[in-house]
Design a protein. Structure first.
Length: 203
């Protein structure tokens, strides 16, 4: 079978594409509004796209009517954001921050989430997340009335004690990897399979 994606309404395309491009990592993004309200929300159109510069990308959809989400507006206003990485134990809390709180209400305060200061940006991180990337906006690209792609540079990395051996820059998750998003309201734990290094070209 073959599906002509261009013939489908965007919502149906979303259903198909987000169910086949899995798992996706989740950026649990903290930002601060111009008024000083700390915001948190999950974004799974997210990934790392390089190390020099250290680029991260977020797919930001606007609300109906083209209104930017709080995360988008805050990054436009301050140019900074923090990508917090969640483990499966934090999924319920992470999803709770996706509720449509108004711009004046910060999810961390409303839900009682502890914050910790960042080293490279003014935006705080979520204290319970094992890892956070402290980022500055590089460029935002508008593709339609609803779709913006934000490219940022990761300037700093914060990690819980014991996760990183800084002498070797070695990260040891001890098997307790970050949560993976499947689709809709479904998430997964990652289970490592056998290691496979790239072989030399035969002959
Ligand atoms: C796991 C998860 C992933 C999400 N990924 C995205 C995403 O990539 N892009 C997006 O625009 N919204 C995404 N959302 C929806 C936003 O989190 C939601 O609209 C939220 O209310 C935005 O909050 P804000 O206005 O505080 O930024 C996601 C929601 C969940 C639960």
């Amino acid at each position: 079978m073959s599906i002509d994606l261009s013939a489908l309404p965007p919502a149906e395309r979303y259903k198909l594409l987000t169910a086949v491009v899995i798992p996706r990592p989740v950026a649990w993004v903290t930002t601060v509004s111009a008024a000083g309200v700390v915001n948190a929300a999950p974004y799974s159109f997210f990934n790392l796209f390089g190390q020099d510069p250290a680029l991260v990308i977020l797919g930001l959809e606007h609300r109906a009517g083209g209104q930017p989400k709080d995360t988008t507006r805050n990054i436009r206003e301050t140019g900074e954001f923090v990508v917090n990485i969640a483990t499966p134990e934090l999924v319920e809390t992470m999803v709770a921050t996706a509720a449509s709180y108004g711009a004046d209400t910060g999810e961390p305060e409303a839900l009682g989430l502890a914050l910790a200061p960042s080293a490279q940006v003014a935006v705080p991180r979520l204290a319970d997340a094992p890892v956070a990337l402290e980022c500055r906006r590089t460029v935002a690209l508008a593709f339609s009335a609803e779709r913006e792609i934000l490219v940022g540079e990761a300037l700093g990395l914060a990690a819980r004690d014991g996760l990183i051996d800084t002498a070797r820059n070695h990260v040891d998750w001890g098997g307790a990897f970050p949560v993976a998003r499947l689709f809709a309201d479904r998430y997964a734990r990652l289970v490592e399979i056998e290691r496979r290094s790239i072989p030399p070209v035969p002959g």
